[in-house]
Ligand binder design. Structure first.
Ligand code: SF4
Ligand code: SF4
Length: 142
């Protein structure tokens, strides 16, 4: 059976949405930042990518939208693309975009062979969110 990401959420792992490293914090688009600001979020750091403004959403510890009792996202329907693509992470340095697998994810830690496989096949749903983010970046640059 080909390896496919299946989050064991609620059975073995609820490690999502708790941030200790800045690198792991979500990168959000301007409209996503506005949506989060409307929900009371205030801490963002600007990231420039060409002429496009993106933001690192600074979350210290557990995301305020993560329900500590259930582990579920309270804004699931409108959560940012970075959250939808996890455990795929966008990395932006200057004008370079790269995609990394997050070792903050217990499933990734338990399946390091996923690093060598085609992420489109291993993470089909998350890859869609990633493609949407890349498409938005492409459109914003043209
Ligand atoms: S918005 Fe939702 S999915 Fe994203 S970090 Fe917060 S709780 Fe997790
Ligand atoms: S850290 Fe990975 S395995 Fe754990 S709940 Fe999050 S996505 Fe699922």
């Amino acid at each position: 059976m080909p390896l496919k990401f299946k989050c064991p959420f609620n059975e073995e792992c609820r490690n999502c949405c708790v941030f200790n490293e800045k690198e792991e914090m979500p990168i959000v688009f301007e409209d996503e930042k506005e949506m989060l600001e409307n929900l009371g979020q205030r801490e963002f750091e600007e990231i420039r990518f060409g002429n496009v403004k993106l933001y690192k959403w600074i979350i210290k510890g557990r995301c305020p939208f993560n329900d500590p009792n259930t582990g579920l996202c309270k804004i699931h329907e409108k959560k940012p693309l970075s959250c939808k693509m996890f455990p795929l992470n966008l990395r932006i340095k200057g004008n370079e975009v790269s995609i990394e697998l997050s070792f903050a994810c217990s499933w990734v830690k338990a399946h390091p062979q996923a690093l060598r496989l085609d992420p489109k096949r291993v993470f089909p749903r998350e890859w869609k969110a990633l493609e949407e983010a890349l498409e938005r970046l492409r459109r914003a640059l043209t």
